[in-house]
Design a protein around this ligand. Sequence first.
Ligand SMILES: Nc1ncnc2c1ncn2[C@@H]1O[C@H](COP(=O)(O)OP(=O)(O)OP(=O)(O)O)[C@@H](O)[C@H]1O
Length: 378
Amino acid sequence: MYLDHFVAQNYRNLKNIDINFDPNVNIFIGKNAQGKTNLLEAIYFLALTRSHRTSSDKELIAFGKDYANLMGHVHKSQVNSDLRVLITKKGKKVWVNRVEQAKVSKYIGQLNAILFSPEDLELIKGAPALRRRFMDQEFGQINPEYLYFASKYRQVLFQRNNYLKQLAKGEAHDLVFLDVLSDQLAGIAAEIVVRRFKFLNYLSRFASDAYTHISSADEVLTVTYHPSVVDIKATDSTEDIYHKVLANYKRSKNNEIRKGTTLSGPHRDDIEFKLDGKDAHLYGSQGQQRTIALSIKLAEIQLVHQLTDEYPLLLLDDVMSELDHSRQSALLNYIHGKTQTFITTTDLEGISWEIIKQPKIYRIQSGKISLEKGELNG
Ligand SMILES: Nc1ncnc2c1ncn2[C@@H]1O[C@H](COP(=O)(O)OP(=O)(O)OP(=O)(O)O)[C@@H](O)[C@H]1O
């Protein structure tokens, strides 16, 4: 898939962008604070109806304005679609082919985008919550059922935690009601866990390949899913997982009531990254961790392709200058001809662009975009 026509109005410092992108590679050059990240964020928002930088949509509306508007025309192998997102201070609305969609889940998946920025290092270095958010965001994008179960899980978990708190304080006493909530939560947990196993299994294989390709080292990357209910196995059916989660709730019932919270389930899961069997979170160098994070993003491209038959957009925010020459070339080689790619950089120099044949090069200045004249490789 690719995005050809794109409009952004009152989106942060992008007052009025109306632009036709190249189906292959688009490079945006600009000094700091000119709007490069804002542009990638806007494209990402059009795809996923949320920002990768903030959970407050209001921040995205240009200072002094009441709304931000994003529109795009998406080309796919089967059907094309027109997408629109309107962000106001009261909330957001979405349209597909000029028909407003009451449910965001009907909208997500029309345009797939994978974004990679220097902050993604945190996926390896940071806390487990970031890796869970990664799973929810990325798997939700490719699987509407995952999106549905993840949101349902949050609702029922909230309800169960509230009830456990009431039991802890002696404000509630009905243990049968706790069993009802446990049963409900275990059912949803099983649907999530079974999908996490499936998608992470694909992701692991693709990420190992990408890591070998990018790093040209002999190290082997393995990515392993760790459900917090430890006796769950990859070969378990949804039914098996449901019974194991439920049994776990039964075992820890008294402890959960004492603590007033749900102690296990998908909200406590984690992913482990290992290089040659050693935990990269603890022992990986900054460079190795960065290459792992990049490999995960490249693996996602393959995962989306595997599941939807389309390659997603790849948004690379300020990452080229952080990679050495061989990694830059390996990256560009890996994605060349597959994904529509958007690259931001402060400077064209020092980057191995030779693999890209005819990119469109733009300059961004104070939120305005102009097509840059001049050749890349000469
Ligand atoms: N809601 C908003 N309304 C107007 N301008 C905004 C809004 N939010 C952020 N900005 C402006 O956007 C600019 C930052 O743009 P952006 O983050 O895209 O920078 P960048 O070009 O990626 O720079 P860098 O290379 O430093 O990452 C700042 O000047 C900031 O004031």
